[in-house]
Design a protein around this ligand. Structure first.
Ligand code: KG4
Ligand code: ZN
Length: 338
């Protein structure tokens, strides 16, 4: 018997992107629609939850329609509906989740509740068709920083996470202090290109042998530096500040990853989450892991930040594992990894 193709519709609305996508057999992207609210939130210097929820309500159905249209797939051909149910902003999550539940109920199709962070990890399956667990994952997003072992498609072990700010959050906060626009990561990366990463020796919190992270000390050090220089009337080299700050973050992420890889013996590591778009992080991590015989996989730029392809991909493996969600599935803003 010929194996039937499986079509999963993915829906994502955890923060400021309303997204829908259709993925065939877990790895073939048929459509990837993202309606970004970034220009709307930029005026406020960050995401305004109430505005995000309202925009998701306006966008969710048109985005789903467009994803089906571009994939050239009818709604009745969809085998399962994968939707993010956490972590994220509760009001934002509820919009995508309600749309997913309504569709699953009306069409009598399986509902697949997806953890947004697992979704980010699964974006890597769309880059490397050969990628199979086990591997290490470094998750670096706006709200999370974590190291995790992906033992198989449905089994994860959290090794460590941030005790305070996430890497992306630190980028956003420092960018804001420096008068750069939201989101701060790409802005800092751009400014850092003209700077010297060794100009200022910002602190690196390595927390001994732990796999946990801490970036709040670094954040305070950068703010203090800017303040002291201003008080002293010295001219600040903004590019040097951006490059030195970025170097401190990247250094910690790379050192912890190498430490975890050596201890685990795993031969592959994947990057996941918005900060994985950072070219310096990609290059430094690739070089450091190559030196210990490990390969790095990272998503294409469009799949580094929030999208629904990664949610459909994660949902596909839940579908294969018969891990279906009930209609009582609720949004969980603090949903944990692993
Ligand atoms: O994964 P994501 O799109 O949303 C969350 O799930 O949080 O990540 C957004 C975060 C923001 O903090 C943003 O500043 C950061 O990813 N980011 C970057 C870059 N592109 C996005 N950070 C550093 N360098 C980048 N190129
Ligand atoms: Zn995300």
């Amino acid at each position: 018997m010929v194996k039937k193709d499986i079509y999963i519709l993915g829906i994502e609305s955890s923060c400021d992107e309303t997204a829908a996508a259709v993925v065939k057999n877990g790895r073939e992207v048929l459509s990837n629609i993202i309606s970004s609210q970034v220009p709307i939130h930029r005026k406020f210097g960050g995401v305004v939850p109430e505005i995000a929820s309202r925009k998701h309500i306006e966008n969710v159905l048109p985005v789903i329609d467009e994803a089906l249209k571009q994939a050239n797939v009818g709604i009745n051909d969809i085998d399962g509906i994968a939707v993010t149910y956490g972590p994220g902003l509760v009001g934002a999550l509820l919009v995508g989740l309600s749309a997913g539940k309504a569709l699953a109920f009306a069409l009598d199709k399986p509902l697949l509740g997806v953890n947004h962070l697992e979704g980010h990890v699964f974006a890597n399956f769309l880059v490397d068709g050969e990628l199979e667990p086990p591997f290490m994952a470094l998750v670096v997003s706006g709200g999370h920083t974590a190291l995790m072992k992906v033992k198989d498609y449905n089994n994860f072990e959290l090794l460590g996470q941030t005790r305070d700010d996430a890497a992306g959050e630190a980028f956003d906060k420092i960018a804001r202090v420096m008068g750069l626009q939201y989101p701060g990561g790409p802005e800092i990366e751009l400014l850092a290109k003209d700077g010297n990463p060794m100009a200022i020796d910002f602190p690196r919190a390595l927390l001994d042998q732990s796999y946990d992270f801490s970036f709040s000390g670094l954040k305070s050090a950068v703010i203090n530096y800017l303040h002291t220089e201003k008080q002293a009337g010295r001219e600040i080299n903004r590019a040097d500040v951006a490059a030195s700050f970025q170097a401190a973050i990247v250094d910690v992420l790379v050192k912890k990853s190498v430490h975890a890889l050596k201890a685990s013996g795993l031969k592959k590591i994947v990057l996941a989450g918005g900060v994985s778009a950072n070219k310096t992080l990609q290059a430094e991590l690739a070089a450091a892991v190559e030196a210990i015989g490990v390969t790095l996989v990272h998503p294409k730029p469009v799949l580094c930040t929030d999208n629904a392809v990664m949610i459909a991909c994660r949902g596909y493996y839940k579908f294969l594992n018969n891990e279906f969600s009930g209609m009582d599935l609720n949004a969980d803003p603090a949903l944990k990894l692993g």
